[in-house]
Design a protein around this ligand. Structure first.
Ligand SMILES: Nc1ncnc2c1ncn2[C@@H]1O[C@H](COP(=O)(O)OP(=O)(O)OP(=O)(O)O)[C@@H](O)[C@H]1O
Length: 324
């Protein structure tokens, strides 16, 4: 069952020189019980996409499309409805959340402010739950009495995760929450997300990262974004083992591998740079960097085509291969 269904969503930034088309006609859904991964290079629109679901503020502008969450269009919620569902039904751990906890308050006070705002009346109950959850994530319950500055980076990240999930949101969105962490702490964070799912604290997770190798470890399905558009979407294993879009292939090939010495074997990167989203090309947005580009790619936008079970990609090559 779909918990979130996004259709043709367009989120632009209004700037003095025009609209930055950061999310431009993106469609996907997130089902109960799954970890849905979103990947792509820096600037492809990952944060804009997830933030637009609940943290929309100017210059971010909704230009079209819908995002139906539990029967309601998130694009049409008023401020009061938005406030109500945040943390209780839909929670985002934003990028740099580790440093987002109010430094002047103890963790238990931060949590109480949040719970009270959402109708909690019994401070003792809220604190009891906080201490229970801190123990669950293998942190000392004394963390409740500490200030954020007293916690190490990894502890702060885990605490943020506890705070974001305290009210058992149906959907948890984690935006690049592992990028500033060492590999051991990264593993702890990934395990914690799985733990939240297993314990029924959250029903589904959207995990955003620029690092495809992390999605291989955690996501059931992945969506690859390129310059504000979906390049490919499908089951993680299939997308990683049999990528259909040239961009996905290059993204996978550019991942560093253990045991490979780059003074002998050159690290494969993606040629060129992402295009400007102020004036994107009319055709395929990957066209200027694609090693397989054809004339048709320049002016005609590729449609999403099925390349497997629940596996779709947007590339003119797929049409050519089919007709061969
Ligand atoms: N406030 C803003 N005003 C104008 N353009 C913006 C604004 N915020 C982001 N953008 C642009 O929107 C596009 C998408 O940015 P976004 O931060 O969503 O990408 P991202 O994939 O999350 O990248 P990163 O991983 O670096 O955060 C980029 O071209 C960015 O420059």
């Amino acid at each position: 069952m779909s918990l979130l269904s996004v259709k043709n969503l367009k989120i632009y930034y209004k700037t003095p020189v025009g609209f930055v088309k950061a999310v431009d006609g993106v469609s996907f859904d997130v089902k109960e019980g799954e970890v849905f991964g979103i990947a792509g290079e820096s600037g492809c629109g990952k944060s804009t996409l997830v933030n637009s679901l609940i943290l929309r503020k100017p210059p971010m502008t909704h230009m079209g499309g819908e995002a139906i969450f539990k029967g309601k269009d998130l694009m049409k919620l008023d401020k009061e409805e938005e406030r109500k569902i945040k943390y209780t039904e839909l929670s985002i751990i934003p990028q740099y959340a580790m440093n987002a906890l109010n430094p002047t308050k103890k963790i238990k006070d931060i949590v109480w402010d949040l719970a009270r705002e959402h109708g909690a009346e019994d401070r003792k109950e809220v604190e009891k739950l906080l201490r229970e959850r801190l123990r669950m994530v293998k942190l000392s319950e004394k963390v409740a009495d500490m200030y954020p500055i007293e916690l190490s980076g990894g502890m702060r990240q885990r605490t943020t995760m506890v705070v974001s999930t305290l009210m058992n949101p149906d959907l948890l969105i984690a935006d690049e929450i592992t990028s500033a962490l060492d590999v051991t702490t990264q593993r702890v964070v990934l395990e914690l997300l799985h733990y939240f799912m297993r314990e029924g604290i959250v029903k589904a997770i959207i995990f955003v990262t620029h690092d495809l190798s992390l999605l291989d470890k955690i996501a059931d399905r992945v969506m690859i974004l390129y310059a504000g558009k979906v390049a490919e979407i499908g089951p993680t294993e299939e997308v990683i083992n049999s990528p259909a879009h040239p961009y996905t292939s290059l993204l996978i090939e550019s991942l560093p591998r253990i045991g490979v010495h780059y003074n002998q074997t050159k690290l494969k990167g993606i040629p060129g740079y992402p295009i400007s989203l102020l004036n994107p090309p009319a055709g395929c947005r990957f066209y200027p960097r694609c090693p397989y580009s054809m004339d048709v790619c320049q002016n005609t936008e590729p449609k999403m085509v099925s390349v497997g079970d629940n596996h779709l990609a947007a590339c003119h090559l797929l049409g050519v291969r089919r007709n061969e």
